[in-house]
Design a binder for this molecule. Structure first.
Ligand code: SF4
Ligand code: SF4
Length: 62
């Protein structure tokens, strides 16, 4: 799953412009990914100037 680290996001909105799924919204000047819309295309990751967008594993540990 793709997530935004809100402590690093500077609210530039670059990621919003490249998302083909319209899966990124601004909440109080920070980007937030709407998970059910995101298809994990990874396009938003390289455009973020502060590298606040990351892919994280969603594998559950048993
Ligand atoms: S990974 Fe792709 S679909 Fe998901 S938020 Fe980023 S640009 Fe949008
Ligand atoms: S590109 Fe990065 S810094 Fe800019 S709004 Fe998106 S997550 Fe925040």
């Amino acid at each position: 799953m793709i997530v935004v680290d809100k402590t690093e996001c500077v609210g530039c909105e670059e990621c919003l412009h490249v998302c083909p799924m319209d899966a990124i919204v601004m909440k109080i000047e920070k980007a937030e990914i709407i998970q059910h819309k995101c298809d994990e295309c990874d396009r938003c990751i390289p455009v973020c100037p502060v590298k606040a967008i990351r892919e994280v594993s969603t594998q559950l540990k048993y």
